[in-house]
Design a protein around this ligand. Sequence first.
Ligand SMILES: Nc1ncnc2c1ncn2[C@@H]1O[C@H](COP(=O)(O)OP(=O)(O)O)[C@@H](O)[C@H]1O
Ligand SMILES: CC(=O)N[C@@H](CCC(=O)OP(=O)(O)O)C(=O)O
Length: 296
Amino acid sequence: MKGQGSAKERAAILIEALPYIRAFFGKTIVIKYGGHAMVDPALKEAFAQDVVLMKYVGINPIIVHGGGPQISRVMERMGIRPVFVEGQRVTDEETMSVVEMVLVGTVNKDIVGLINRHGGRAVGLSGRDGDLIQAEKMKIYRYSGQDRPPEIIDIGRVGKVSRVNPQVLQSLEEGGFIPVIAPVGVGPEGVAYNINADLVAGAVAGELLAEKVIYLTDVAGVCDETGRLIPSLSLQEVEDLLQAGVAKGGMIPKLKSARKALTRGVKKAHIIDGRVPHALILEIFTDQGVGTEIIP
Ligand SMILES: Nc1ncnc2c1ncn2[C@@H]1O[C@H](COP(=O)(O)OP(=O)(O)O)[C@@H](O)[C@H]1O
Ligand SMILES: CC(=O)N[C@@H](CCC(=O)OP(=O)(O)O)C(=O)O
């Protein structure tokens, strides 16, 4: 938000925000904070300020963070080459330790510290805490020609969400805390699974029937085949983009996650540019369309 300017300008900004504050009061908004969006220290500060402001005006923000680039950097330092299949990291046992160490040990605590420094009360969790994110092994099916069964690709300790336990999040909300969730899930035998953070965000939003799920990433939004930003998409158009292969790599789990959340009753999903300072506040409290909105 414009912090400077005359008192009149600042008052005008607040007055403009009022209808949105009223509309979202008491509502849950799930924010996926992508690893690519958390590179610049000034942007990270702005993100933390936005989250704290949301909480102050009576919104219930829940953060699900990524950290893909941060994991890859540590893997490369250890001499392990990161490999992705359809936007999912191939995760063997050794990689799983790195994933947990980086996501739960470093990135999660960094975000929690940042929010708390700005006056919020954040609590960091992994999906293993309180059985928050229950998972099962993900299989990837690849088309292998007409009249042939699809090829099944095993990508190791990668999970998909089977159930979200809302109790932990409800208790934190009652206490006035801001949950910050690392996307590591727990399987039936207590084993940890690496889950794409977009999928966790969509599942959490769906379980809590959130008002919105917002994905902060490193592009302006979803782009068409010519690279132009698409401001609004219906679920059918999302399907078409996925089928046509226009949405690739990291955009695939975002769209699939948004589709799942909306199918479960979440009203809207937004994919917005985390490189823009205060993108969250612009999206929630102003009329400016930022990024791509996805509606049922
Ligand atoms: N149609 C598309 N529109 C926009 N971005 C796309 C599209 N298809 C693939 N992408 C890629 O998706 C990336 C965002 O996903 P990802 O790298 O996983 O980011 P994050 O760390 O924020 O989750 C973009 O940087 C872009 O390269
Ligand atoms: C299975 C899988 O791919 N998990 C992701 C989890 C982190 C993530 O999703 O981070 P971003 O949101 O920054 O991409 C990974 O290992 O990179």
